[in-house]
Design a protein around this ligand. Structure first.
Ligand SMILES: [Cu+2]
Length: 138
């Protein structure tokens, strides 16, 4: 009985010591902590092998393009996305791009390789004013 009680009491003593709140030992000489030494600033520089291609989105509502007028740089990929409930299509007046009927959520993308003004319409709703223009600059 006595032999068992001693190790248990010892174990409790150790446990209570371990559970005691940790206290910071006084710093010898009263020196202040070196805060500056522990604050390490890191700067990460990411080198991209090539620039991210420019992109723009034109939403196709019922019955309008948003934005109806858009200016982008050469090389920009423009994506038209149907956000309205009606179906819509796309036709550049100069024939640069054409896309058949698209339903909600569908997209069409075209990359403008030459500067110029590209007027386009939704042929289904041109009469309702569903027209737009992309101006492409160098
Ligand atoms: Cu339309």
């Amino acid at each position: 009985m006595w032999r068992i009680a001693v190790p248990v009491a010892f174990a409790l003593l150790v446990a209570s010591c371990g559970a005691a709140p940790t206290q910071t030992a006084p710093i010898a000489g009263g020196a202040a902590p070196q805060v500056i030494a522990t604050a390490t600033a890191t700067t990460t520089i990411t080198l991209s092998p090539r620039p991210t291609p420019a992109a723009a989105v034109i939403e196709m509502g019922d019955n309008f393009f948003d934005p109806a007028q858009l200016t982008v740089k050469v090389g920009t990929t423009v994506t038209w996305k149907v956000v309205g409930q009606s179906t819509h299509d796309l036709a550049a007046r100069d024939g640069s791009f054409v896309n058949n009927t698209m339903a909600f959520g569908q997209t069409f993308s075209f990359t403008f390789a030459k500067a110029g003004r590209y007027a386009y319409v939704c042929t289904q709703h041109e009469g309702d004013g569903m027209t737009g223009e992309v101006t492409v600059i160098e």
